[in-house]
Design a binder for this molecule. Sequence first.
Ligand code: IPT
Length: 932
Amino acid sequence: MTHDHSYVEDFAPGANVLPPRAWLDDDSAKLPLTGDWNFRLSPSVADAPDDLKDPDTSGWGTIAVPGHWQLSGYGAPAYTNVVYPFPLEPPFVPTDNPTGDYVRTVTIPADWAGARVVLRFEGVDSRFAVHVNGELVGWSAGSRLPSEFDLTDLVAPGKEARIAVRVHQWSVGSYVEDQDMWWLSGIFREVNLLALKPSAPTDVFVHASYADGTGTLKVDADVAGTVVVPELDLEFATGDEVTAAVEPWSAESPRLYDGVVRTEGGDVRLRIGFRTVAIADGVLTVNGNRVLFNGVNRHEFHPDRGRALTEQDMLDDVLLMKQAGINAVRTSHYPPHPHFLSLCDEYGLYVIDECDLETHGFGYEPEPPKLPNPVMDPRFRDDLVERIRRTVHRDKNHASIIIWSLGNECGMGENLKAMYDVAKEIDPSRPVHYERDTEAEFVDIYSRMYTDPAGCAEIGADPELYRNLPFILCEYGHAMGNGPGGLLDYREVFDKYPRCQGGFIWEWIDHGLRTTIDGREVYAYGGDFGETIHDGNFVCDGLLFPDRTPSPGMLEYIKVIEPLRIVADGNGAVSITNRYEVLDTSHLRFTVRVEAEGEVVGDGGLPVPVIAPGETVSVEFPPALVKLRDAGRPETWLTVTAELAEATSWAEAGHRVAWGQIRLDEPAAAEPVTGSAPTDVTAGVDGISFGDVRNARLDVWRAPIDNDANPGVANAWRQEGLHRVQHRIVSQGERDGAWEVVARTAPPQLQWGLVSTWRWTAVDGGVVLDLSVVPDGLFPEVLPRLGITFELPKVEQVEWFGTGPNEAYVDTREAAAVGRYSATVAELQTPYVRPQENGHRIDTRWAALTASTGTLRVEAVGTLFGLTVRDWTTHDLETASHTADLTPGDTTYVTLDIAQTGVGTAACGPKLPDRDKLKTAPASLSLRFTTA
Ligand code: IPT
């Protein structure tokens, strides 16, 4: 008889799979099946030989488990966001259904006699059947959920067992696994053989709550035993409830107590966190305290391993989050590897644990003749209900999980309500989230994605809306490419309305896969593997670059969510507010530094009294610093920094947790410049030149960022011709003691232009440029940028006084401090996976650009400028598809902006607010150029 593949298109959740249970740290003997397996990939189910009863693997390759076959030399990854890469006709899937066969022979340990032998898979994408010693054991689905099979009757202790696993890329499960990520298949989490003793528990449920100093503990187990918590002197029977004076668990103070369930058959070790999640008066609390989610959406991702993460990768994520002040994770859009959750318990992160479910490509409310969304289709019900049951059972003992989520982007349907009911039935202690329950019919938390700050404020202000449920943004601040901008606006809403409890940035990390294109290493995105249907670089929208280095968006988020607010109090002192949920400031030390034009002129400790959560204190400057303030210095800034006084489990002593800057001097008005007309300024076809400065001209274009491109803003700009303006010299000559060049910058065909007047005055050691720009005709309302760009011989080093050290735009400048910085031109670039405008430093006071031919110093006379320095043109940047396409030549391009439009987050989210747009209007800039 040929292998029956009907399970691939079967609506059932599986066959012969053991009931779900908690992920346990127990005494069961375990034989890990990680490492090499024999492997063979067939292009379709029909091509997969019917030999799994007794496969001859001599001609096969090998593959490492855990891993994805597309990242192991078999097939290729493919990326789609919403669309399914196959026709919608559930339960059918393409005939071209890559099918991987894994075979491994193990010896069952002799001392496993009497135990139940269980084969456990932590995650297999997307559907698989298991054969052992020639027998079909069963099959399972749910890529990011565990499956267990009982092998007891098929194997013998001391004897070999041949395990053959047939894995299919596509299955009916693919219809409910339409998450925005790479399609990657295979056994991507661990496989273990377990020996479960009949007298040992296989399922344990810890119920640990907290109120007013008292913890209440009850542990249910499927085999009765004794619960021991040595630190609390507790010893009691499973099923009994006890109380004790305890310290509570929270994300900021993740107090865990070690416990154990002792039974005749062996122990189960517990890590107990006492905490109570409650909702009252529209506010979600943990242990009575309002939670503010400074969260991120986390996909599992590594640039080489895809979703097959190592424990180190998971720890890296947790440490980076903790160091950033992030306090919450939504596990978008599937349960993560269980080890990640243990790390969240230990290091302290609130978790929304999301079920493995998304059906986005069906649309939210399909009406006939469209097919029902799977969440409305009764044929999918059992599988979906089983998915949430498997999620809750596996993860129920994690203190970090405070909310269950049914899935992402499925619209509404009966199946979701059934899932909700099951989650509540198993675990009434945690609220349930589902964002597409847009009218709050059954959810416990009202949730939205990408709502603008004003929309959030409306919900915050009106308890009549959405049953007065706590409100969160399960996704916001879409971190694709350059951005997200405007995060501060959200913080203000979250601070103002108790019900607005923060949100989760989309998303944690760019899913750029490391590969080689044309001999150069790149991070690949959709289309790079030859996919015909794909969503390009939408897969690169994280706060981290693929190698886990922080993007400027991450640095901005860190600053916006920092746990202390350090600002001028308006009376000459520093105001410090503690925004922690439970911590006071006794774990922090404060330092202060004063810099005059970026040079340190004083520093020291700042005595700050211990500040309780929610409290604000005003702290006087140390007297010595006040003296400096009065000394009539150049531009002088005081920086207060709060750092960890001692090392924690997640950071070294001295790690910065918050900072604030206060300007001490009074800015003085710029003096008018007088002098004579310089002799060496010439205006030619390509622009204005003098000394090393070549071809200075007006610049209005930026290489569109994702937030320009996706909402169509960039195309509207192109329609206005902004990407291809031409320059006409109207006149040049000496006038009123200056060399005056008048130019008109305008696009072909259109009837608008910018008339710029460039007045050059020779001054000691250089020239001063007074530039004024006046729009004429039917000009566009908004410009990407307005500034000048010129060329210099290749610049090696840039020093500047202004904002830094990282890029900063008008709506992403929270993380930028005023100071003096130095960087190479390469270091000034931000390596967005898809190249786009980057590297702008807003509000620069002066910059010194050093080339082999000398140093050019540019200084703002009055109005500050935005600084951008690159070794390629804007056109090069715009047409590159990966950073490796950009290679320096021997010219450096310097752009000094009067202003630039903000970056926003419109790639997926609200439009850029008017406030952050550069409106076309008369503008001016004065700069002093000197050379050394
Ligand atoms: C939103 C999805 O929930 C998320 O998974 C991701 O795809 C994001 O978009 C885009 O990066 S859904 C969107 C239609 C608001």
